[in-house]
Write a protein that binds this ligand. Structure first.
Ligand SMILES: C=Cc1c2[nH]c(c1C)Cc1[nH]c(c(CCC(=O)O)c1C)Cc1[nH]c(c(C)c1CCC(=O)O)Cc1[nH]c(c(C)c1C=C)C2
Ligand SMILES: C[C@H]1O[C@@H](n2cnc3c(N)ncnc32)[C@H](O)[C@@H]1O
Ligand code: SF4
Length: 450
């Protein structure tokens, strides 16, 4: 990495571009009526992906940046699951046909906090409302500390074929500082259970930049993780935003590694995973070369959505649950974030849309460019502009911040082909931001760029 540039670009607060425009630009002008109209306009043969958000956990990890809350009473989870079933039926009814589904992702929070029968019922509700293709990828985010054998069986019977495990760090000192104690044996046993049930597409989530983390501690976590041989890793830098996430105040900021230490940790993890034969993908993913994500990356067909990088090619993403975001050809929609408001909407027979964004033609063009930059570290502006009936020269003129990126050697422009220099890939968010017409540099809404 070029440390000289980190100071110029690295501290910028930039979006992670899981959508364009990004979620802070969503407005209440897009409401349940708009969503209903958009759904009814979907072509009958469209392929969709489903995202189900389950915003509950048993205990708060102090670093957590997800939309989740602590729940002790199982009745609350049961009531929420019933609401999800109601929302699925309502959305299918509004579409007015049984569209085909290519991917299902259960995220959270901790989806496996549901009762196994409730999980099975939810899957059945989806198969009833939609045509879930036999080839569909069905993925569940898992907290290895609380996964039961009964839940594994319910997932197996429901056709789940991928699982993403929260691992974060195996270092006991780090684990205590983040309120997440999870032994290696717990994780290993969950890996065994899942594999025995035929759920073989495994991902591990790791985090660097946590309190007390060092390069040695990160490398030890990688070494132990490699022994369990997951097909993929997601490696995130800890995003410390205590103003948004009050529980992050429990993290002692004096124990957080500084920018340089974070960078060393990120590099050490990346090098160790690459040495072990994993391919580095985008900002934060690693996959075995034969894994579908590595293949998509090699072929230039990797996509980016609200879960991060994905192999999912669907044009439509339907989000279910509190705070869930959906993406339709017309634009984005986000459900009520508060669980009470979400449940009330569905109980009243309405969709639960709280806000959204209607895409313009210019947004679609820029979204395409930004997605390719985030996925491929480059973009063929000529091809992309041609698909949108636009001129690459005009697009380049409207991206004035590219100039300094080019003169700093971060970006190379060869005709209409843009490429992020190999040693500057950590600045990919800055390159994407150069095409972001909505970016307001005054607002510090996002986490650090590196
Ligand atoms: C599975 C856990 C999730 C993580 N992020 C999301 C999920 C479902 C999705 C998400 N989180 C935020 C947004 C922005 C819009 C919003 O409704 O608030 C979305 C779509 C909030 C957020 N997440 C992180 C930060 C710093 C913020 C607030 C500020 C901002 O919008 O940037 C950090 C963060 N959360 C997750 C990760 C992996 C991550 C950073 C590496 C988990
Ligand atoms: C879904 C995954 O997101 C990661 N995750 C959750 N919160 C944060 C945060 N504040 N910063 C970085 N990564 C985070 C964890 O690795 C989790 O498993
Ligand atoms: S990291 Fe996972 S288990 Fe921990 S609080 Fe967040 S959603 Fe829950």
């Amino acid at each position: 990495m070029r440390v000289d540039l980190a100071a110029n670009y690295g501290e910028e607060r930039l979006p992670r571009y899981t959508s364009y425009p990004t979620a802070p630009h969503f407005s209440p002008a897009i409401d349940a009526d708009t969503y209903a109209r958009w759904l009814s306009e979907l072509p009958g043969d469209v392929g969709a992906s489903l995202y189900l958000h389950v915003p509950f956990c048993r205990e708060m990890c102090w670093y957590c940046g997800c939309h989740t809350q602590i729940v002790r009473r199982d009745e609350l989870i049961a009531a929420y699951q019933q609401t999800l079933c109601g929302e699925i039926a309502k959305v299918a009814e509004t579409i007015g046909g049984r569209i085909k589904v290519e991917h299902i992702h259960f995220g959270g929070g901790t989806p496996t906090i549901m009762a196994p029968e409730a999980f099975a019922e939810l899957m059945a509700a989806m198969r009833h409302a939609f045509f879930v293709l036999p080839s569909a990828e069905i993925a569940v985010e898992i907290d290895p500390r609380t996964l039961t054998a009964e839940m594994v069986e319910a997932m197996q019977l429901s056709g789940v074929n991928r699982a993403s495990l929260g691992v974060q760090s195996f270092d006991p000192r780090v684990q205590h500082a983040i309120n997440r104690v999870q032994t290696y044996e717990q994780t290993a046993s969950v890996v065994d259970m899942l594999r025995s049930a035929g759920i073989k597409g495994l991902n591990f989530d790791l985090i660097y930049g946590l309190p007390h983390q060092t390069v040695a501690s990160c490398l030890d976590t990688v070494r132990r993780s490699l022994a369990l041989a997951p097909a993929r890793f997601s490696v995130f830098g800890y995003a410390h935003v205590p103003a948004f996430k009050k529980h992050q105040r429990m993290i002692n900021e004096d124990r957080l590694p500084d920018g340089l230490a974070r960078h060393d940790q990120a590099c050490a993890i990346a090098n160790a995973l690459k040495e072990a034969g994993y391919v580095q993908i985008g900002l934060d993913h690693f996959a075995r070369p034969d894994d579908a994500m590595a293949v998509a990356f090699a072929q230039g067909t990797l996509r980016r959505n609200f879960q991060g990088y994905t192999t999912d090619q669907s044009e439509v993403l339907l989000g279910f649950g509190a705070s869930a975001i959906g993406h339709l050809p017309q634009g984005y929609v986000q459900n009520e974030v508060q669980i009470g408001a979400y449940q009330q909407s569905i109980a009243d027979g309405r969709l639960a849309t709280a806000k959204g964004y209607r895409l313009t033609d210019d947004d679609r063009l820029r979204a395409d460019i930004i997605e390719r930059i985030m996925c491929d570290f480059g973009a063929n502006l000529g091809d992309i502009c041609a698909r949108h009936g636009a001129e690459p020269a005009a697009m380049l003129r409207s991206a004035p911040r590219l100039k300094s990126l080019i003169s700093d050697g971060v970006v190379k422009l060869d005709g209409d082909r843009l490429a992020v220099a190999n040693d500057s890939r950590f600045l990919v968010r800055s390159v994407a931001a150069a095409f972001d017409a909505h970016l307001d540099p005054g607002k510090q809404l996002h986490s650090r760029a590196v």
